[in-house]
Ligand binder design. Structure first.
Ligand code: ADP
Ligand code: ADP
Length: 225
């Protein structure tokens, strides 16, 4: 699904955010990407979602070298990726419905078809009763679930999450991870960047660890019984 081959990323100014990073995520896999703040986690996600380009090495998605995707094709390529952010990036002056429908309407779905899909996505995250609400009226955990509904509404095969539980307490964080597990169970590949080791420690998922831009561990998280 995702393959990094000796990828390095230097930002303008020369800072080396990633150094010779290689790993692969199989289709249908769910994995965590961890490391302290500044380790390069967001940069990995930005290379996958074509928000940044590598300075060396290759990034492949489903066997396609992202280098061959031209600027004009980026929006189209991104349709296969659902992105979830710590700050959820909802439009605060739009209803929950409008926020979740937005990716579909951009793609040219009819309002009727969009409505069906929005309702299905909100049902999966348990927020169907909040469809007419504005994000301000929702709790932090609910806002993040709207962000997840928006990310999955066009059924992408891959979800990328950048600190999706960063603003949430442990109980709400566990509920968010459970949602990712639900999507993973039906075949969606999931990569979650987080510096929250306590969140990962309780789970059996593979954990990739970055330190100062290098991949220092690619194993499974220690299983605590
Ligand atoms: P993490 O997500 O693990 O906190 P990031 O990938 O966001 O790490 O950042 C890795 C390093 O790259 C940090 O030192 C950060 O300041 C730097 N960085 C990130 N984006 C840019 C940018 N656009 N320009 C310059 N430096 C950047
Ligand atoms: P996020 O948590 O969403 O990755 P960041 O705070 O890391 O957000 O970065 C916000 C924006 O600023 C991103 O576009 C990132 O690339 C850029 N950025 C991060 N660190 C630096 C930096 N040291 N110099 C310039 N831009 C940066």
């Amino acid at each position: 699904m995702i393959k990094f081959e000796q990828v390095s990323k230097a930002y303008p100014g020369g800072f080396q955010a990633l150094k010779n990073v290689s790993f692969a995520i199989e289709p249908g896999e769910m994995a965590f990407l961890t490391g302290h703040s500044g380790a390069g986690k967001s940069t990995v996600l930005k290379l996958i979602s074509l928000m940044e380009r590598p300075t060396a090495g290759r990034v492949l998605i489903n066997g396609h070298d992202l280098k061959r995707i031209k600027r004009k094709q980026i929006a189209y390529a991104r349709r296969d990726i659902g992105m979830i952010f710590q700050d959820h990036r909802l439009l605060m002056d739009r209803t929950v419905f409008d926020n979740v429908a937005l990716p579909l309407l951009i793609e040219g779905y009819s309002l009727g078809e969009a409505r069906k899909r929005v309702h299905a996505a909100l049902e999966k995250v348990g927020l169907l009763d909040k469809v007419r609400h504005y994000p301000m009226m929702l709790s932090g955990g609910e806002q993040q679930r709207v962000g997840i509904a928006r990310a999955v509404v066009n059924k992408p095969p891959l979800l990328l999450a950048d600190e999706p539980t960063g603003n949430l307490d442990p109980k709400l964080s566990a509920e968010i991870i459970k949602l990712f597990e639900d999507f993973n169970r039906v075949g969606v590949s999931v990569l979650i960047a987080t510096h929250d080791l306590s969140l990962i420690a309780r789970m059996r998922y593979r954990t990739l660890t970055l330190k100062d831009g290098r991949m220092i561990d690619d194993g499974l998280a220690e299983v605590t019984a």
